[in-house]
Design a protein around this ligand. Structure first.
Ligand code: C5P
Length: 402
């Protein structure tokens, strides 16, 4: 799933209505798309869903009290109101809409709504008579005039057994309204991307393997950056200590052969970025039992691993339109990487100097050169996240060209 909302921060106010249970699903849907959700529960809201459910799903603290010393010492309500990209009120009750329209600030939710300088989206939910009342309609008209956006309600059976207008919109409709409001389309929307990351482990016997020290930081960051621009991204990762990034489909594998199979299963793709440090060799024979020490040194016969980058770059209908490789070099970086680009058949190669003095391997920063058919361009030393964002933007620019 594309992380349309990657990095977006949503302050979700849950007021007291039976539709509050749908807001738990809303949190899940938003997080799936890469958004960070911070929950605020009104007194009424806490009658319908528990703070623990909201905290567990949002993986954040839940805010409930205006006059909470602990909250105020951690994050004041003014900061809480502003440290977000959007405030969503779901469900928005008739009472809370009335408070908003009149500028009341007698609890945390209404105070935040008055104090925020961010856009507000409300998802009303109430009995149809309350919805149709002149007071509610008047309050909503006032709020809309001030720029508050709304989604729903919809018509259908209401909790009391009556039928009419008043049901809160379904979570996916609210998500669509949020994406719309935040302009989260992204230049790579509709494109499929495949990223390899991390090392591979090649088993020698049940306890030993051939591996390397790749952390996966650069590859994971590239997957996140592509997803943030709207690409439907699959990350094929060797063993790393990194958490699965939200909004990215992650396939965890161990060996080079498994990595190749997972990549081929993820095709067709428009974009492939091979950032994994694939082991060049594996043991010709994988022992089923642990190799015993018996006085003599065991001989390890090696065989070559498949080259995933070269395979993906090979001509054919399944070839991604843009294949990007990495070249970790310790000397003559540009010259060696330029030759590697031709040898492997990829379109671009990102070359980096991994000689010990640079601290690139396992570190947080990287100095790279982007090499294509027309030459090399050297980027300044940047955090790996920035290298990833810059590369993703270059990829988006490439697809923009006619
Ligand atoms: O040949 P070398 O390992 O230096 O090439 C590095 C590039 O090739 C990287 O993009 C890496 O992900 C990719 N590669 C691969 N499969 C291999 C070896 C390298 O995809 N077996």
């Amino acid at each position: 799933m594309a992380a349309m909302l990657h990095g977006r921060r949503i302050l979700l106010i849950i007021a007291g209505g039976i539709a509050a249970y749908k807001s738990l699903d809303l949190i899940r849907r938003l997080r799936e798309r890469g958004a960070a959700v911070r929950g605020v529960l009104t007194k009424g809201g806490a009658q319908f869903v528990t703070p623990l459910s909201v905290a567990t799903l949002s993986r954040d603290k839940v805010y409930q009290d205006l006059f909470s010393l602990t909250d105020e010492s951690e994050i004041g309500h003014i900061r809480l109101a502003r440290e977000c990209d959007l405030v969503v009120v779901a469900p928005a009750t008739a009472d809370l809409l009335a408070k908003m329209a009149h500028g009341l600030a007698d609890d945390l939710a209404s105070t935040l709504l008055l104090a925020t300088d961010k856009p507000i989206l409300v998802a009303p939910a109430m009995n149809f008579v309350m919805w149709n009342s002149a007071a509610t309609q008047g309050n909503l008209a006032t709020l809309r005039q001030r720029g508050v956006r709304s989604v729903g309600p919809e018509s259908g059976e209401l909790a009391e057994g009556e039928t009419g207008m008043g049901r809160m919109s379904e979570p996916l409709s609210i998500v669509a309204a949020i994406e719309d409001l935040l302009g989260a389309g992204g230049p790579l929307r509709g494109k499929r991307a495949l990223v390899t990351s991390g090392p591979t482990y090649e088993a020698v016997d049940p306890v030993r393997f051939i591996g390397n020290r790749s952390s996966g930081k650069q590859g994971h960051a590239i997957a996140v950056a592509l997803a943030a621009l709207g690409a439907d991204t699959t990350l094929v990762s060797g063993p790393t200590h990194l958490a699965d990034p939200p909004g990215v489909a992650v396939k965890r594998i161990e060996s080079a052969e498994e990595m190749l199979a997972a990549c081929q299963a993820a095709l067709p793709a428009d974009i492939a970025v091979c950032a994994a440090a694939v082991a060049d060799w594996r043991a010709r024979e994988r022992r089923n039992q642990k190799i015993k020490k018996n006085g003599s040194l065991p001989a390890l016969e090696l065989t070559e691993n498949p080259d995933i980058l070269a395979t993906l770059s090979g001509k054919g209908p399944a070839r991604p339109r843009l294949v990007v490789g990495f070249a970790a070099e310790t000397e003559d970086v540009i010259k060696n990487a330029t030759a590697k680009r031709r040898r492997k058949g990829c379109d671009w190669i990102v070359a980096n100097d991994v000689s010990a003095a640079t601290g690139t391997f396992g570190g947080d920063a990287n100095t790279v050169h982007l090499i294509d058919a027309s030459g090399a361009e050297t980027w300044p030393r940047l955090p790996k996240d920035d290298v990833a964002r810059r590369l993703a933007q270059r990829i988006a620019d490439h697809f923009k060209q006619p």
